[in-house]
Ligand binder design. Structure first.
Ligand code: F6R
Length: 607
């Protein structure tokens, strides 16, 4: 839709003999837009010969050729594939000496004016509420300048840089005022991770605390989002406040849980008055009295809780999330990268094994991107030391290792094939250590090394048929009764989303050729947990099981190495999340557990 809109604008202006000036963004958000523009250029003859572009921002300092530079991003994602004139593209320069930056920023503003001003500005939104890199504190009339990146922004960029400490502290960005001068503005946001900030940007009070709120005053602004990103907007989060709505069981659960949270009263103590005072009078009228609704929601949530994630043998399973039979089950746990399964469902994994199921773990990608240079060199040194005196090593000669150890150039490290082998070996070695710790035998550990992952960057483009075939063959071979997969779909270009899409495509292609009674369970990734209204299975962990999960996570030594000072360690985040879910159940008036891992059932589409 956005690509079409841009194409129409360019064509109209071309016909009138005018240039088109586009303001462009980088990051994950516009990748699919750029892909579509390239397609329009190749297949429908859209020409960019009379297009002038200005990018929002660039890290500072950064080499223009660095893998993470926005200059390189724009070339790879768009400019190299269309007929735009290089001299018509503008990106703030991250390589200038400090004392030249101020002047360069003034020039950037002048160039935009000389070009006639921006006709259409593309924006993404950061979780701090930044547009461009205008972090909290940026004023409405700010112009192009150097700024300091917010801690959250640097955390979000850590993946691209191999750890937070490596993310530049500054950036050069167009100002809020520069952006607002554009004649049309398009802001795109995809995935749950953007939901909260998007709602604040659209509905919150205008303030420099959330610079995106300044957009609210713009005369020609359109937000394009998917449903997960729109999820916290009033009309989606609490639709009953905006219009009369269809009371599905999930929606009732969502409304009543929110009511309990906002009143601080457990489910079974909610009064009709509480419903009426918080815009839920309609629900009581349609499904009341209040106490019946309370009990109904309480029971729904009660039935999500099970200590038997693989089903309880010989027990009545009418209200249990999983079936009692077959028992034992063949459970296959998919982990997009080498750490997801342990971090996000380590306790459940342990339970399945303890309860006698045949558990297989499938590591979908090699996971090498999460191993940074420092960690790799540690292993290169180790290899060299162990092989001291041996001339011809199996992997890399001494010279090759020395080159890896001493060459400080980022880019050559990223491309170095010995480094990639070492990094994969470190990531997979940790995965094996965790499986060993949990008691999973070697023949039930599968490394798929899916090729979509090997782009050299944390941004992926698309799946290949080989990716899908790998998953398909494995499913056809194992024929599991139960599958766990990551439902972390927040970033359309990230590993997790593509790992999920590969599975969805594989199941679809398999058609009848997989166990039709197989249950699929989605666990969530790093950025968020399932909302209470979405949970279908909640697996409680005892204090000892939680400690055991933490010990499993500690096997990922490389992740500790990536952590920045003052940042919470991965195991701590995982623990806090599971304890927060337990508290949530407790506050609603359900049983009080130490920690809970949660899953949502996924019903695949079959062709
Ligand atoms: C990028 C930019 C940023 C991003 C924002 C979202 O040029 O200016 O404002 O749009 O940080 O990033 P992604 O799209 O990676 O989630």
């Amino acid at each position: 839709m956005v690509a079409r809109r841009i194409a129409t604008l360019i064509e109209e202006r071309n016909q009138a003999g005018l240039n088109t000036v586009l303001g462009l963004a980088t990051g994950s958000t516009p990748i699919r837009l750029y892909r579509e523009l390239i397609r329009l250029h190749r297949e429908e003859g859209l020409s960019f010969a009379k297009v002038i572009t200005f990018n929002l921002d660039e890290y500072y300092p950064i080499s223009t050729t660095a893998r993470q530079s926005y200059m390189r991003f724009m070339k790879e994602q768009l400019f190299n594939h269309i007929d735009i004139r290089p001299e018509n593209t503008h990106i703030p320069n991250g390589e200038l000496p400090r004392d030249k930056v101020f002047e360069a920023c003034q020039e950037y503003e002048d160039r935009i004016i000389e070009a006639g001003g921006i006709d259409l500005q593309i924006l993404g939104i950061g979780r701090t509420g930044h547009i461009g890199f205008n972090e909290p504190g940026s004023t409405r009339d700010s112009r192009t300048r150097m700024i300091t990146l917010d801690a959250l922004t640097r955390k979000d960029a850590a993946k691209d840089f191999g750890g937070e400490p490596m993310v530049p502290r500054r950036a050069v960005t167009m100002g809020v005022g520069t952006i607002l001068d554009a004649r049309q503005i398009v802001l795109m946001a995809w995935g749950e991770a953007k939901a909260e900030i998007l709602a604040r940007a659209v509905e919150g009070e205008v303030s420099d605390y959330i610079p995106a709120t300044f957009l609210q005053g713009h005369p020609n602004l359109t937000f394009y989002t998917d449903l997960p990103a729109a999820g916290m907007l009033t009309r989606y989060r609490t639709p009953w406040l905006v219009e009369s709505c269809d009371w599905t069981p999930r929606r009732i659960r969502q409304a009543v849980v929110m009511l309990s949270q906002s009143t601080g009263r457990p489910l079974l103590k909610l009064l009709e008055k509480d419903y009426n005072e918080r815009g839920l009078g309609d629900l009581v009228t349609v499904h009341g009295p209040a106490y019946d609704i309370n009990i109904n929601v309480f029971n729904q949530l009660q039935h999500t809780i099970t200590g038997w994630p693989g089903g309880k043998p010989n027990a009545d399973d009418t209200h249990r999330p999983e079936r009692a039979s077959p028992f034992p089950k063949k459970a296959v746990v998919f982990s997009p990268e080498t750490d997801d399964a342990a971090f996000f469902m380590g306790g459940t994994l342990h339970r399945l094994i303890e309860q006698g199921h045949e558990v297989h773990v499938v590591f979908q990608t090699s996971g090498y991107l999460s191993i940074n240079r420092d960690e790799t060199i540690r292993f290169a040194e180790f290899l060299k030391e162990v092989n001291n005196g041996v001339e011809n090593l199996q992997v890399g000669g001494v010279e090759e290792l020395d080159d890896l150890i001493h060459n400080e150039d980022e880019e050559s490290f990223e491309k170095n094939s010995l480094a990639i082998r070492l990094r994969s070996a470190v990531a997979q070695g940790e995965a094996k250590a965790v499986c060993r710790f949990l008691g999973i035998p070697a023949e039930r550990i599968h490394f798929l090394n899916m090729p979509f992952y090997d782009t050299g960057s944390s941004r992926k483009s698309s799946l290949t048929s080989r990716d899908i075939t790998l998953v398909k063959d494995l499913l056809a071979d194992l024929r599991p009764n139960q599958v766990y997969l990551s439902g972390d779909l927040s970033d359309p270009n990230a590993t997790h989303r593509l790992a999920y899409e590969a599975l969805a495509a594989a199941v679809k292609e398999l058609g009848e050729d997989y166990d039709q009674d197989c249950y699929f369970w989605l666990y969530q990734g790093e950025t968020q947990e399932w909302g209470v209204d979405q949970i279908d299975m909640a697996v409680p962990l005892s204090p000892d099981e939680l400690s055991l999960k933490m010990l499993a996570i500690l096997k990922y030594q490389s992740q500790r190495n990536r952590q920045g000072l003052g940042e919470r360690a991965g195991w701590e985040l995982a623990r806090n999340r599971n304890q927060a879910t337990a508290k949530l159940y407790d506050d609603l008036g359900l049983a009080e557990y130490e920690a809970i891992e949660v899953f949502k059932r996924w019903i695949p589409e079959v062709s």
